[in-house]
Ligand binder design. Structure first.
Ligand code: ADP
Length: 568
């Protein structure tokens, strides 16, 4: 706040210095300089000293406005960026289902830059310029009202024209915003999916899609520059018209004896003094519009209440046994996504320390069932409890600490192998990291890497195979040591050897922990304590492998199909 006030005061002083110069020159040319040699020589030093002091002050103010004004804007931008990032971290999965990453990134980068630019230029553009424009007119009116009035009329007419051009620009700017978002999204999509693109030899398709987004952006940019051209052209026209008025009407007033030549020259100086700021105000309105558009989007995100938060009465989760119960759970991903609920009365009583394998047709609701346990989404009705505590009544932090998740597509962060394993518990010692890696069957492999645990994994773990990434993810969870596990078994994407290593690591991990596993392969299903067939969002049947085979229901059918498939 102090900076903002300082910035504003300096801006006012700077404007006052600029306004003073034509007046000083007028006083000198009309007064002292007309008095003859001696008078001029006697005062010249004083005049020099006065002007130097005035311009030194102006220099100081200009420095403050340029330097500290920018720093103020940058600090503001940085604080806002952090707020926005915090908010992104608070959002639940459903928010990220509805918004794409490119768009969220462009808000974090370009919108905030625009807002900061406008905030910085506010004192400079609005205060300095408004003082210069209004001050110039007041002074010109005091010198002589006729010419000042003529100039005011021309300025007013042009201001209306410029205001209309300005309104046209608004829609162009917001369209431009959307188009750049489109380019970012497309870029993000193509780069993130580079492997898929290549494996389908679809580079041309991607090029075409990117080309479309890029062309749309170009077209909107061209539109934006056309609008801008109209706008700035009008500013230049205003200057021209004002000079014409001064010379023609001013010349007439001099001829009729209503104005002195000194006054006429003073007007000319004021024209350059207020048309430049007027141009700045025009530029600022452009900047201001961008900032307003950016701010609206910023505000919209900060104003969006994260849908999954700690309840006011939330307590830390106390895991005693790891007994998980789904009771009459209904769930839908939200309007317009699917009409019928994804889960329709899911009941599941998961005994502590046991492994429950979820099987069933694709789209039946297995992943959804798992996603509800750590509250990635909230149930629509019914409840999920852990040792008798509803997951909605406990603190999210403690809930997430109690549940370990191994997903199909492992995400590794840019960093070393050790850092990625330690993501499970950042305060882990090196020995603990090694221990976790050993348990996850990945220690021997890590030792063969050029820098061992300090080897960088590459962007998103690009230097590692699918099985190796999986085992690093498993080591992470070992380190975290949660009471409850959710495994999205990913072995279907692995070769036999990796599958075996991952499978072994998973079996070791789930020992003694309550485990919910989405099973794709028979090997997991056989080892599970209980097999649960999930169909149409509810449990269709449940039992051990043998029990279900005897029952000869969905599972038996599913098993036979896969078993035959695997033998063939
Ligand atoms: P399964 O794991 O058994 O294959 P899912 O739980 O993934 O089944 O999916 C159940 C249903 O929910 C499917 O119809 C799927 O299209 C839908 N679905 C899954 N994830 C989302 C999501 N993030 N947004 C909207 N619909 C989803």
């Amino acid at each position: 706040m102090g900076l903002f006030i300082g910035d504003t005061v300096c801006a006012i002083v700077q404007a006052a210095c600029d306004l003073a110069f034509p007046l000083i020159l007028r006083a000198l040319t009309g007064g002292l300089f007309a008095e003859g040699r001696d008078a001029i020589m006697a005062n010249l030093l004083w005049i020099a000293a006065g002007l130097i002091v005035m311009y030194a002050v102006r220099y100081g103010c200009k420095y403050f406005v340029s330097c500290w004004g920018h720093i103020m804007g940058a600090r503001m931008e940085s604080a806002m960026r952090e707020d926005l990032f915090d908010q992104y971290e608070r959002f639940s999965f459903s928010y990220f289902d509805r918004h794409n990453t490119g768009d969220l990134m462009s808000r974090l980068v370009s919108d905030l830059f625009d807002i900061a630019e406008a905030a910085h230029h506010l004192p400079e553009a609005l205060i300095v310029c408004i003082i210069q424009v209004i001050g110039s007119f007041i002074i010109m009116f005091t010198i002589g009202w006729q010419l000042a009035l003529a100039m005011l009329l021309v300025t007013a007419v042009m201001a209306v024209y410029m205001f209309r051009a300005n309104t046209r620009m608004k829609s162009v700017f917001s369209e431009n915003r959307e188009r750049i978002s489109g380019v970012n999204t497309q870029l993000e999509d193509s780069l993130a999916g580079a492997r898929v693109v290549k494996s389908f030899a679809n580079e041309n398709l991607e090029r075409e899609k990117f080309g479309r987004a890029n062309n749309a952006y170009l077209a909107s940019k061209e539109g934006m520059y056309r609008a801008l051209g109209h706008y700035q052209g009008a500013g230049a026209l205003l200057t021209g018209l004002l000079y014409t008025v001064i010379i023609v009407y001013g010349g007439y007033l001099v001829a009729t004896g209503d104005m002195t030549v000194v006054d006429l020259a003073t007007y000319a100086l004021y024209v350059s003094l207020f048309t430049t700021p007027l141009q700045t105000i025009i530029d600022f309105t452009e900047m201001f519009q961008k900032a307003v558009a950016g701010f609206r989007r910023f505000d919209e995100i900060l104003g969006t209440k994260p849908d999954i938060l700690d309840a006011p009465h939330a307590k830390p989760l106390k895991v005693t046994d790891g007994h998980v119960v789904y009771h009459e759970v209904y769930f839908n991903y939200g309007e317009g996504v699917t009409d019928k609920p994804v889960l329709q009365g899911m009941n599941l009583d998961i005994q502590p320390g046991k492994t429950y394998a979820l099987v069933g047709p694709s789209g039946g609701g297995k992943s959804t069932t798992c996603a509800l346990l750590p509250r990635f989404y909230d149930v629509a009705s019914g409840s999920i409890t852990i040792d008798g505590q509803d997951v909605r009544d406990v603190q999210l932090d403690s809930l997430h600490r109690a549940i370990g998740i191994v997903q199909q597509d492992v995400y590794l962060f840019n960093g070393t192998v050790a850092e990625n394993i330690a993501y499970g518990r950042p305060d882990a010692t090196f020995d603990e990291i090694v221990d976790a890696a050993k348990k996850a069957n990945i220690h021997d492999f890590i030792q063969t890497l050029p820098e061992g645990y300090e080897t960088p994994v590459g962007e998103r773990g690009g230097h590692l195979s699918g099985g190796q990434k999986q085992r690093i993810a498993i080591a992470r969870v070992f380190l975290k040591n949660p009471a409850i596990l959710v495994l999205d078994e990913a072995t279907s994407a692995l070769d036999n050897e990796s599958e075996h290593a991952v499978q072994e690591a998973l079996a070791q991990l789930s020992r003694g922990r309550t485990t919910l596993v989405i099973a794709h392969r028979l090997s997991t299903i056989k080892d599970a304590d209980v097999i649960v067939t999930v169909k149409d969002g509810r449990v269709a049947e449940m039992g051990t492998h043998d029990e279900l085979l005897q029952k000869n229901g969905t599972y038996a059918h599913y098993y036979r199909m896969q078993f035959q498939g695997e033998r063939a």
